[in-house]
Write a protein that binds this ligand. Sequence first.
Ligand code: PRP
Length: 212
Amino acid sequence: MITIALSKGRIFEETIPLLRAAGIEVLEDPEKSRKLILTTNQPNVRVLVVRASDVPTYVQYGGADLGITGKDTLLEHGSHGLYQPLDLKIAKCRISVAVRADFDYASAVKQGSRLRVATKYVAISREFFAAKGVHVDLIKLYGSMELAPLVGLSDAIVDLVSTGNTLKANHLVEVEHIMDISSRLVVNQAALKLKQAPIRKIIDAFASAIGQ
Ligand code: PRP
């Protein structure tokens, strides 16, 4: 059995064509079903529906043989024990610093004042601001980061930006682009040895589907 861990939403949708290129059709729609283990047209391939931030954990401990997860999640989680053969170039977005349109970020940074930053990307933010020599108090949140500057919880946020619509709707502006993000294929290293042929077949099909 080959087990693939995916998260619902954009990653799932953008993975469907890659799975198809590997001859795998998922037979259930995770948006319509509450089932967490989805069957496919291949009796020996199944798909797990897990939280995006849990994909590396499932693959690391062998709960899944393969997974697809954002570079953001891998950087926060760490990638110990994970083989990362491919950048799939899907679910592309960026991690940025954003503030209220009326907050003078440039002056705050220049004056060396402590910046309060709300984010779920604590590790990425710590490293980014340390490299700039900016002192920050990091406030860990689990979602809806955009709210924090609006209610005075923080001066800035570090979050994913895709279309920019969420920032705009909440009167926030992007002031720093930290890094570009896309999703990666991750593989359990022991599974790669024990189930080499079927896993290689999937990696190769994905690679040719994305033109690598
Ligand atoms: C992400 C991110 C932003 C939004 C950005 O949230 O946290 O809120 O998408 O997208 P946009 O630039 O196209 O508006 P998501 O909807 O993935 O949910 P999350 O808060 O659970 O991460």
